[in-house]
Design a protein around this ligand. Sequence first.
Ligand SMILES: Nc1ncnc2c1ncn2[C@@H]1O[C@H](COP(=O)(O)OP(=O)(O)OP(=O)(O)O)[C@@H](O)[C@H]1O
Ligand SMILES: [Mg+2]
Length: 445
Amino acid sequence: MPVIRGQRRTRGSKGAHVGPMRHLGDEPQQFEVYTGEEYGWAFKPLYYSKNVPEFTTDPATGHVPIPKDCRPPALILKDLDCLRVLGEGYYDQVYLARVNRREHPLDIPAVFALKSLRRRDYRYPNISVLGYPPRGHFPANCIPGMDEETKLIVEEHYKMMNGEKCALVHLPWSPWVTGIYQAFHDEERLYMALEYIPGGTLRSVIADTWTKNGRLSVADAQFYFANIVLALEFLHGCELVHCDLKPENILVGGDGYLVLTDFGRAQWAENKISQWQGIGTLYYMAPECFPEVSPKPQDEPYAVDWWASGVILFEMLTSNLPFCGKTYEETRKAILFRRWQWPVNFKAGKNLNDVVSYLLAPHSSQRLGRHSARDVEKHAWLEAVEWDKMDRKGYLAPFIPSQQDITKLWHKLPLPKQHYVPGLKVIEPPIHLKNDDRFPCHTHG
Ligand SMILES: Nc1ncnc2c1ncn2[C@@H]1O[C@H](COP(=O)(O)OP(=O)(O)OP(=O)(O)O)[C@@H](O)[C@H]1O
Ligand SMILES: [Mg+2]
């Protein structure tokens, strides 16, 4: 069964109710992955009218009974099994979790990407760890006896962790962004159940292509760049700046199209750039993001993401970074003071050179895309792209991930110890998988 990303679903928030759409039997068939997508109850109303008996008239009284909520109850953490580690980030890990509940006819073994965050880092009075306000700030005076430096660290954690959930909950669903279904917590951690995106990261696409045949073709790079443009258009349209755009935070969907993830550093555009200086990953940071550069009133908030997109485009085409030094300091100086150059063995056409120059313009007030993604879409290098067709995913992607059932592959990364994730049951893979060479990811960490 193909992994399909649908057009509509219920967005979960704060224990929001989501439920699966169909009963597929207790045993999943081999090579089928039910993504959390199918857990959207609004997905197939026809199914309900055919299969849910609650709406029928009572023949004795002639009454139509008030229908019971036919959706399964909201998931709790105990309903999920941790099957594998999908990736690791700076603070914590992202797990693949599968629904183990079979109480309701509509319960299916859907899988989610469960991003975990340590609670310990911000367990302080007056802070509601799962709380709001969405754009709120950590009240600096609410932790008595804490020194200034610790306050700053805690504030940073609070903004990042809470900010990610809030940002995701507030975004409307889009095929370009990993949606959030629900949030959970146990004694140790918070967990965000995100849509599982099966094709790995853009980083792995770039790395694999370079290992196999040397380079990502200009046409392929153009396809991926056009995906990034549409993703940024959506995000900026919601007044959110990603602030940490890099290939590791861009996932490849089952259809080969890109999906943005990791909103841990995302900022609302209404906040001043000076508040988010120093945020991001060094090689992808725009000059105005460095704390030593004093922000100017004309700095455009969205321009930092366009800078990062320029770095990614350069990287896709050349497999080099435009600004890279041996140390932090060297890289910082390269970004602030040096002009980027194409590698000697790479011949860029006039339009390509032009688009990269404008995306990597040192001043944000001259950067392409600063006002609107439409400016990027209209650039001559992207002339051949039919944007409507791209938006409805009408092009064939250069790489379509294989549809093996990830729950049946051997593990690349070791599973977490049970006490790290006390509320989430860690399921050890069956030992026979270790000797099963049908599957390519066969290593055990
Ligand atoms: N929805 C998802 N589906 C599949 N894999 C995912 C998903 N979200 C994250 N991953 C994997 O986990 C890795 C880390 O995720 P993410 O970037 O969100 O966390 P992080 O880097 O720890 O966050 P932060 O930078 O805020 O610390 C990703 O690079 C990717 O490999
Ligand atoms: Mg990340």
